[in-house]
Design a protein around this ligand. Sequence first.
Ligand SMILES: Cc1cc2nc3c(=O)[nH]c(=O)nc-3n(C[C@H](O)[C@H](O)[C@H](O)COP(=O)(O)OP(=O)(O)OC[C@H]3O[C@@H](n4cnc5c(N)ncnc54)[C@H](O)[C@@H]3O)c2cc1C
Length: 416
Amino acid sequence: MQDRYDCVVIGGGPAGTTTAALVAEQGFSTLLVERESIPRFHVGESLMPETYWTLRRLGVLDKVRSGRFVRKNGVQFVNHEGKESRPFFFTEADERDCAETLHVQRGEFDQVMFENAREKGATCLDRTRVLEIDLQEQGDHRVAIRDAEGNDHQVAAKIVVDASGQQAMIANRLNLRVVDPELKKTAIWGYYRNARRNAPGEPEVTCVLHTRSKRCWFWYIPLADGTVSIGVVGDAEYLLKGRGTPEQTFREEQAECLGLQERMADAELVSGYHVAREFSYKTRQMAGQGWVLVGDAWGFIDPIYSSGVFLALKSGEMAADAIVDALRRNDLSAETLGAWRGPFEAGVVWIRKLVNAFYTEEFSFGEFMKAFPQHRNNLTDLLVGKVFDGDPGRIFKDMDPWIASLRHGDAAAMKA
Ligand SMILES: Cc1cc2nc3c(=O)[nH]c(=O)nc-3n(C[C@H](O)[C@H](O)[C@H](O)COP(=O)(O)OP(=O)(O)OC[C@H]3O[C@@H](n4cnc5c(N)ncnc54)[C@H](O)[C@@H]3O)c2cc1C
C-alpha cells in the first residue's frame, strides 16, 4: 500500500470494481479495498441485459459468458391466482447478442470483476477495511485502513469513491440518506436444490410470483450450481412484526404462493435463510469536493426488476469517466465529479416508475398488456434496462392514466 493515491475506492462489489478498473486503466494510481475475503457471498444474482455494455468495455464479457453461469433470456410474471404470463423474452424486442444475460453466483461474478480491476492496474486488497474517512474541504482526504494482518494505515486520496454498498459510509456520515417511505420492504431468501428448472438448453427466465393476497412476491432464479435462489419480498411491517422466525414467515408465504406449489414440490433448502431490511433509499447528493458515491452507496430502488447490479455497473462507469476527466483537469469539484448525475438519474426515474406501478395494488402486467398490446416491446425494453437512451418513458403515456383509472375503477373503459 502506498501513502498516497489519485483514487481510493471503498468496496469490491460491481460498482467499486468497475470504477477502479476504468480509472486505473487510464494510468491513475488506484487503491481498491474490500473488507471481506474474495470471493464473498452476496445477494443479487439476476442480471439485466444492459449490463452487456459495461462488461464489454471492462473486457470481462467472454469470462462471464464462458458457461460458468446460467443464461437468462427473459422475465416471467405469475399472478396471485398462479396464472403465468407469456414470458417477456428479451430477443423478441432486440435480436442482438446483447439481449441475453445471466443468472450469476455473485461471489464468482464479483471475483472476476475484482481480478479484472487488478489486471487493469489497481491495487486490490481484500480482507482490508476502511475504518474512517476524514474528508477535507481542500487537498487530499485521509482514509484510515486496517489491512488483513490487522495493521492500521493512513492513506491520502485525491478522490474517494464510496462503493461500500448498503453500508453507504459517506452518505451515512454526511446524513445524506433518505429511506423511501413507499418502499420499506424486507426480503427473506434461501437456496434450494430439486426446485423445478427448465430442461437444459431451454430458455431460462427470472420468475416473479405473487402470493394470493398480493402482499408479497417471490423471486425464483435458477443458478448454475443446480440450486434455485428463492426469496420473498413484502412490507417490513407485514413480514417482520408479530411473525415467527424468518424460516416460519418464509414457509407461511410460500404456502400462500400458488405459483410456487409445483415449482417447489421437491425442493430442499441447502442454505440458511437470509434477511435484508429496508434496502430502498436515495441520497440527497452524489458527489462533493473530491468524493463520489456509486452503486448501492448512492442508492437502491427495489429488487423487483433485478436492476441493482446494472445500476452499480452503470454508475461505476459514469463516475469513472468523470473522475478521469477531473484528474486530467485537476478540478476535483462536486460539479465535475458529479457531472453524470443528471443523465444517470433521468434514466433511473423510469425504473422507479415501473417499481411504483408493480406495487400499485390494482395493477397487473397481464391486464395492462391485454389493454395495450402495442407496448409489449416497450415494457421488454425497460426490463432489459434500456433507460438511458431513446424514449424509455413512452409506455407511461398510457400506463399512468391506466393506473389512475384503475384506482377510480373505470379501467374497463380504457382501450388501446
Ligand atoms: C433482497 C435483495 C435482492 C436483490 N436481487 C438482485 C438481483 O436479482 N439482481 C440485481 O442486479 N441486484 C439485486 N439486488 C441488488 C444488488 O445486490 C446490489 O444492487 C449490488 O450488489 C450493488 O453493488 P455495489 O457494488 O454497489 O455494492 P455491493 O455489491 O454491496 O458491494 C459493496 C462492498 O463493499 C464492501 N464494504 C462495505 N464496507 C466496507 C468497508 N468499510 N471497507 C471495505 N469494504 C467495505 C462490502 O463488503 C461489499 O463487498 C438485490 C438486493 C437485495 C437487497
